[in-house]
Design a protein around this ligand. Structure first.
Ligand code: FAD
Length: 489
């Protein structure tokens, strides 16, 4: 999977330099001599010490998981105490159990509701017979010789102060002793600071940035992921990367302004689609069927897939791109209406490669407005390999406004040629003001593809598009005039 993704990125022109450490030897700021902008995402890999007696006899959560991954798949003991309530603690507990530990107990400062681990992960661990002791923290590890024999824990009465900062307080009169032969300490990670510049501001060890551009105080240096947020999730790290990509784009002056139109509420779709909806949950596999090598959950059933699909109301999503609607609505000069504003279809479907939507969070599409057109000739054609597959390999939408036999205005839009619908403006220019009988459609098709640069394996699409554009124009011209009665705003 990683090979496939990196190979794809390399084809896009990304170069990877492996085994390179940034820090004392090479500072991130030194990279600015060679690069116009630098993005750092060093993660959170340092394990803090909690300063209790016997701590040096514990293994760290990350150390344990790394050693298992690197070929030491043995449980650290038969009775294992995992200290911590985050995702790393849960992973360590589940891994120790699946490697054959007889009894695994997780102990954490937080109450069940406060635990930082994903709730579903905790539930899966409990299903597998892992014990959970909440609102207790370790006061010392019990050691005999070099061997851990247990741990003393004290009750934690609150974890956070009034400002939400980490400030645990304890009731030392309530104690517990847990017997065990291994302790895994998974008490959080923090950025190790190796990627930090002296000039970059930090907040409690984390890199301070201006969201959304993810810019640090040092010009040209951007940062994101766990190093900024503290330990979080993959999807949050990816989101930070996207915000930073836009921030870098704007910094380098390559960003295009986004379209914004005054808000106007017009036609509405069904009410249900206007409410944000909840996602379907996947069913976990039964505990006895789980292994270290497969996912802990199955997939969605057919009904759930349908429900999820129904939630996706914006079927012009550019992440998929081969929508039929996108080129057609662009050709018809449609406007997409949301709860906040009206966006020309061309701008609506033209989200940049860095963002899959022009909508703001929570902004829903409520209508599509197609303006009135007199004497409009239209056609839509798509080429696909099998009829059973709806996605076009190539598609063309044509809308020609006529004055008699002369094309007054032409809109020719190519679908599935790029992540967004592409106006074939050269072809439109060839047609406008002409009487395109005879070779007109062929000349326009030639112009539509002039200068096209296909990706290596898509070169065949040039011929497909040329044929489609020619046929779609010819088809539109032989259609009877097709007045479109748009809805009244
Ligand atoms: C055990 C465990 C379980 C987790 N489970 C989940 C889960 O189930 N779901 C989920 O969404 N998230 C989970 N997470 C969190 C998730 O892995 C992180 O939030 C995410 O990987 C953060 O991405 P990042 O790009 O910020 O950092 P990382 O993915 O940590 O990448 C940091 C990169 O920076 C490099 N680096 C660090 N310092 C330097 C340096 N000085 N010079 C050069 N390179 C450097 C590192 O080698 C690494 O390649 C888990 C994390 C752990 C540790």
């Amino acid at each position: 999977m990683v090979d496939a993704v990196t190979a794809f990125l390399e084809k896009l022109g990304v170069a990877f330099a492996l085994g390179v450490e940034i820090g004392e030897g090479t500072r991130a700021s030194e990279l600015l001599e060679e690069y116009d902008a630098v993005y750092t995402a060093g993660g959170a890999w340092a394990t803090p010490s909690i300063g209790i007696e016997g701590e040096e006899h514990a293994v760290t959560g990350l150390g344990f998981l790394s050693s298992v991954r690197q070929g030491e798949p043995t449980a650290p003991g038969d009775r294992v105490l995992v200290i911590g309530g985050g995702n790393v603690a849960v992973d360590a507990a589940v891994t120790a159990k699946r490697l054959g530990a007889g009894h695994v107990l997780m102990a954490c400062l937080e109450s069940r509701e406060e635990m930082p681990a994903l709730d579903s992960e905790v539930r899966h661990a409990l299903d597998e017979g892992i014990g959970l002791l909440t609102s207790f923290g370790p006061s010392r590890l019990l050691v005999s010789g070099d061997e851990v024999t247990g741990a003393e824990l004290v009750a934690c009465t609150s974890v956070f102060d009034e400002g939400g900062g980490f400030a645990p307080s304890f009731d030392r009169t309530r104690q517990r002793t847990v017997e065990c032969d291994a302790v895994i300490l998974a008490v959080g990670q923090r950025p190790d600071g190796s990627l930090l510049e002296p000039g970059i501001e930090t907040l409690g060890g984390r890199v301070a940035v201006d969201p959304p551009p993810q810019a640090t105080r040092m010009e040209g240096i951007f940062a994101g992921g766990d190093a900024v947020s503290g330990p979080a999730t993959v999807v949050e790290a990816i989101a930070a990367g996207r915000r930073a990509a836009r921030g870098v784009d704007a910094f380098l002056g390559t960003g295009a302004p986004r379209a914004a139109r005054p808000s106007r509420l017009l036609n509405r779709f069904g009410e249900g689609a206007l409410e944000p909806s909840g996602r379907e949950e996947v069913e976990p596999r039964p505990p006895e069927a789980r292994t270290r090598h497969e996912g802990d959950t199955g997939g969605l059933d057919a009904g759930q897939v349908l429900a999820e699909a129904n939630r996706c109301f914006n079927c012009g999503c550019v992440a998929v791109s081969p929508s039929d609607l996108a080129p057609v609505l662009t050709a018809l000069e449609a406007r997409v209406i949301t709860g906040k504003r009206t966006i020309p279809a061309e701008a609506f479907f033209a989200a940049s490669p860095l963002s899959s939507t022009v909508l703001d969070p929570g902004e829903l599409v409520s209508g599509v407005f197609i303006p009135d057109h007199e004497d409009l000739r239209t056609s839509y054609m798509k080429f696909r390999i099998r009829n059973a597959i709806d996605f076009p390999v190539a598609s063309v939408a044509v809308a020609l406004a006529m004055d008699g036999n002369v094309v007054r205005k032409a809109r020719i839009v190519l679908g599935a040629a790029a992540p967004v619908p592409l106006r074939a403006r050269e072809a439109e220019r060839v047609l406008e003001g002409s009487e395109p009988g005879g070779t007109g459609a062929a000349e326009a098709a030639e112009a539509a593809l002039k200068g096209a640069l296909p990706l290596e394996r898509n070169a065949y699409k040039i011929n497909v598009f040329q044929a489609l554009v020619k046929r779609a124009i010819t088809e539109a011209l032989v259609q009877p005039a097709n007045p479109i009665q748009g809805g009244k705003p």
